[in-house]
Design a protein around this ligand. Structure first.
Ligand code: IPD
Ligand code: CA
Ligand code: CA
Ligand code: CA
Length: 284
């Protein structure tokens, strides 16, 4: 059956490539670094410029569509997923990596219709890896099909997680407590790459069996979710239920057995949903 959104996906790939070139160029030049919710929640002029580039390019071609972009939400735009065709954008996933020249930075463009993800594009621009996933049509990296690992024994798994940017001691304690429980299963190892989207693409590629994080946002995971699913992986929340993009938590794994085992160890911490009404509390 013809895919009505193929054109949109091809366009997203071209826009992501252009955005990646802007990021690579910015690395060689002066960066203007600013802070958002705290001194470790960084944003640069490049994050804003790249989001503007992506938004204006897509709006020009699809003027009636809706948009959720990290930097627009930070500037006060709503973060609500409606039935309308919606682009979910993280212009620079791995801003801290970008600031330090740590070479894992991704442009993420996800697209949903009637609240269902249709495709996802993750361009790891320092590695020049273009990951794509289209619901029902598979996942690819630079055109090569992706498949998750076949491992079902948790003790032979490589697990990825992150520390995020919330440094409240009780939140950090829960992160370490979960990580300790997972390490002591024991798994082969725990890794931290600094980009939620690249982490998920590593699961989709079979290079790691699982990735989990509490405190992420919908733009961190929307595009990469399609890629994980289409590579044969599973996505769930920390209770083992279906993934809710707005819930600020994700478990992505090669199969249900591994995802459920990881979810069992997670010590959740309360985080304001992405689609909660905006108030005085920062989202971080
Ligand atoms: C962050 C990265 C990081 C993850 C954070 C995200 P940003 O995204 O994906 O790996 O730990 O939770 O916020 O802010 O660099 O786009
Ligand atoms: Ca950010
Ligand atoms: Ca991000
Ligand atoms: Ca970002």
């Amino acid at each position: 059956m013809a895919d009505p959104w193929q054109n949109a996906m091809d366009y997203a790939v071209a826009v992501a490539r252009k955005a990646g070139a802007v990021i690579r160029h910015a690395l060689q030049n002066d960066m203007m670094i600013m802070c958002k919710s705290s001194s470790v929640d960084l944003v640069t002029k490049t994050d804003q410029k790249v989001e503007e580039l992506i938004l204006s390019s897509i709006k020009e071609k699809f003027p009636t569509h809706s948009f959720i972009g990290e930097e627009s939400v930070s500037a006060g735009q709503p973060c609500v997923l409606t039935e309308s065709p919606t682009w979910i954008i993280d212009p620079v996933d791995g801003t801290t990596n970008f600031v330090h020249g740590f070479p894992f930075v991704a442009v993420c463009i996800g697209f949903a219709v009637s609240k269902e993800l249709v495709f996802g594009v993750v361009y790891s621009c320092m590695e020049d890896k273009m990951y794509t996933g289209r619901t029902g049509k598979g996942a690819f990296c630079n055109g090569e099909p992706l498949h998750v690992s076949k491992q079902t024994d948790i003790r032979q798994c490589l697990v990825i997680s992150e520390f995020g940017s919330n440094r409240e001691p009780q939140v950090v304690s829960k992160i370490f407590s979960t990580m300790k429980k997972i390490l002591c299963i024991p798994v082969h190892g725990v890794r931290s790459i600094g980009s939620a989207a690249i982490n998920m693409c590593l699961v989709a590629s079979g290079s790691a069996e699982a990735y989990y994080e509490m405190g992420i946002h919908c733009w961190d995971i929307a595009a990469a979710s399609v890629i994980v699913k289409e590579a044969g992986g599973v996505l769930m929340d920390a209770e083992g239920g279906p993934l809710d993009l707005m819930s600020r938590q994700v478990v992505a794994a090669n199969n249900r057995t591994i995802a459920e085992r990881i979810a069992k160890e997670i010590e959740a911490f309360p985080a304001k949903r992405d689609d909660a009404p905006q108030g005085d509390t920062p989202r971080n």
